[in-house]
Write a protein that binds this ligand. Structure first.
Ligand code: GLC
Length: 675
């Protein structure tokens, strides 16, 4: 049962695609206040578990902390952070009473989940203008299914996008890319994509190419001949530069976000001063989307959309204020933290801390998000009131354009910032993580939560983006990445080079990534079934074993599809790990010599050895999965080599298609494989 409640005058976010009549009564769960803004309050039972919130910090069970939906360009995902890049306002209360909640609200929304008071769930925001959806259901899985049924099907990428990709901020020249291709091909480490970060552009201008690329279509072809796709980045900000067509067209047609006085808002990002395309305006969205043609016409088949919270390093207004404060500090301040209370020559003194705060908050400041407006065609709205929709609509611009460019073909697209609804147009990567073991675990925990919110094509920067990685961390990250639909190694400028061939014993990387390709027919099949049936690809154990109390406590293992469970090693120097089996399972290890180790383990807790160059998984009792022979790219995976592993006598329904077009007929594309 799905119920819809409208408060005030909500902004139409287009997250929900199905019409539902709204109710006039109060929701059956919790209480609502619309007095000072909006608040939903519910008293949680001791044993209630709260699932959801998609890309968010901390655990699969979100209890015990406060999270804020406020898309943020913050690369330091320490435990205290409340906002990451996405805003996914769906959660499930599972326990004494089980129900789901979706707060369709595009501005800042606070989820206090037992933080202020351990028994109280309070969801609140400043303006009581929102739509609340309430989902009744017996199981969390059933609640997710209902939610997914109203937000539209998840995005499906081309099959090559299930291969492994290498990325790094800093590749500039054709030779840089060729070196990466060579490093992988010569070492026979599988590879399907090389990502192009901002340096491929001319002065970081979207839809341009730097002079390093003389004959770009020929370069794209040369790479494709090696079965490698180039995947360029597109940033939100359009550089202000006379003579640059995207800038000039945007200004002429009023396609950029404007200040209150109607002038185009200026934000400094990578290219220096930029304007933001008003992607909430359908005309501007179409215009910006069509710009992707510049690259698709040269053979490009996929993109990643970045800096679309949108990230702002500073605005001219913010910079002026900071300069003014610095002036006052130099004239009146003494460096004492409490100096601001005194007065010098009639001017209030500025303390060192105040100045530090001002400088530190120049980037992504709430004030800047109040300085510009969107024109949706029917209304003018200040950015902060719809802040969380920017990344969604930038990606939608591209997704809608791809449908015009080639309606039958799939394009690869994923974004950094997102809101529910964007899952129809692209996937996401989880932004700038760090080369930390804790981030490997954090990523694992986000995966099922993201699936609940419709995001299926997901993955982290494997190896870690910021900080220097280590060989063992990269191998363990990859062993999780083997299972994430988006499998990409990406690192920041200035960090240790972390392409797999940079480390000793490259055969270990060949093997671990090779397992991805051996499992790809299964992983692709499970992805497609999840996408077409509005199901989850990753589930918490409790979703599959609702009667098993122990299963609900497990935060570092996941169910994948209907057949397997994964339990990656997330600790340095861990030579294995404890694992909980909610039923008998077959423990599988892909060994570096290409053979597969199998052992039946009883329900219960086990310690299993897992070497750095091994990939473990667990097949559920009575099930089986197909495994192919190793291949170096998706196109070379031979379906003729499929053989079954798991339980003899079991059957598996395999989905497969050409991976290029949109002919997704489940009945036509499925066949039963017997073991
Ligand atoms: C942002 C992105 C990162 C990219 C960098 C340079 O930090 O999150 O992935 O490498 O910008 O474009």
């Amino acid at each position: 049962m799905i119920r819809k409640y409208i408060y005030g005058t909500p902004f139409e976010t287009e997250a929900v695609t199905r019409h539902i009549d709204s109710e006039t009564s109060a929701p059956a769960y919790g209480s609502i206040s619309t007095e000072n803004g909006f608040a939903f309050t519910y008293t949680m039972d001791d044993d209630d578990i709260i699932y959801g919130l998609g890309e968010a910090n901390r655990g699969i069970n979100k209890r015990g902390y406060c999270y804020i939906s406020d898309c943020a360009d913050d690369p330091n995902h320490t435990e205290d952070k409340r906002s990451l890049y996405g805003a996914h306002n769906f959660l499930i209360v599972s326990g004494k009473q089980s129900f789901g909640l979706f707060f369709d609200y595009p501005a800042k929304l606070t989820f206090d989940i037992g933080y202020t008071r351990m028994d109280t769930l309070r969801v609140s925001c400043e303006n009581a203008d929102l739509t609340l959806y309430v989902f009744d259901g017996d199981t969390p899985d059933g609640i997710v299914k209902q939610f997914r049924s109203i937000i539209g099907h998840s995005y499906i990428p081309p099959k090559f996008a299930f291969g492994f990709g290498q990325s790094r901020w800093g590749y500039k020249t054709r030779e840089d890319f060729e070196k990466v291709a060579q490093g992988y091909r010569q070492n026979h480490i599988p590879l399907d994509m090389i990502y192009m970060d901002i340096d491929y552009m001319d002065s970081y201008k979207d839809f341009t190419l730097s002079s390093e690329f003389k004959d770009f279509p020929e370069f794209v072809r040369e790479m494709k001949n090696q079965n490698i796709r180039l995947i360029p980045i597109i940033d939100a900000g359009v550089k202000i530069e006379d003579g640059y067509d995207v800038y000039e067209e945007g200004v002429k047609n009023r396609y950029f976000c404007q200040r209150e006085d109607g002038s185009d808002f200026v934000a400094a990002v990578w290219p220096g001063d930029t304007h933001f395309p008003d992607v909430l305006n359908p005309e501007a969205r179409k215009w910006f989307g069509d710009k992707y043609r510049f690259l698709t016409e040269q053979g490009i088949e996929g993109f990643w959309n970045d800096m679309n919270e949108p990230a702002i390093f500073y605005s001219p207004e913010g910079l002026e204020e900071a300069k003014e404060m610095a002036r006052r500090f130099s004239e009146t301040g003494t460096g004492r933290w409490d100096e601001s209370t005194s007065e010098t020559d009639g001017e209030e003194a500025v303390g060192l801390w105040q100045l530090n705060d001002k400088l530190g908050s120049l980037a992504n400041s709430a004030e800047d998000y109040r300085r510009f407006y969107h024109n949706t065609g029917s209304q003018r709205i200040r950015h902060d009131k719809v802040h969380n929709l920017y990344g969604f609509n930038m990606t939608r611009a591209a997704g809608e354009a791809f449908d015009r460019i080639d309606p039958d073909r799939r394009f690869l697209m994923f974004s950094r910032s997102s809101y529910i609804g964007m899952h129809r147009y692209g996937g996401i990567w989880t932004g700038d993580n760090q080369s930390w073991w804790s981030h490997l675990l954090l990523n694992l925990k986000m995966l099922p939560s993201l699936n609940m919110c419709g995001f299926l094509y997901i993955g982290a920067d494997l190896g870690g983006f910021g900080s220097d990685t280590t060989r063992d961390l990269l191998l363990r990250f990859l062993a999780l990445g083997v299972f994430t639909p988006l499998m990409r190694n990406h690192a920041a400028l200035g960090t240790r080079e972390q392409e797999c061939y940079q480390f000793e014993n490259t055969e270990d990387f060949r093997h671990v990534i090779g397992v991805r390709y051996r499992l790809l027919p299964y992983l692709y099949s499970e992805y497609m079934k999840a996408a077409l049936n509005d199901d989850m690809y990753f589930r918490p154990l409790a979703f599959v074993y609702p009667e098993d109390e122990m299963a609900s406590r497990i935060e570092d293992q996941l169910m994948l599809g209907s057949e397997i469970m994964i339990a990656p090693v997330c600790e340095q120097n861990g030579k294995g790990r404890y694992v909980y089996l909610p039923e008998e399972m077959k423990f599988i290890k892909f060994l570096p010599d290409g053979t597969i180790y199998e052992e039946v383990l009883e329900k219960g807790v086990h310690y299993v050895d897992i070497a750095l160059n091994e990939v473990p998984l667990f097949i559920r009792a009575g099930r089986c999965i197909p495994v192919a022979d190793a291949a170096e790219c998706v196109d070379e995976i031979s379906m003729d080599t499929l053989r079954m592993i798991g339980y003899k006598g079991a059957e598996y329904v395999l989905y497969d298609d050409d991976g290029v077009h949109k002919d997704y007929d489940l009945a036509k594309n499925c066949r039963t494989l017997k073991f």
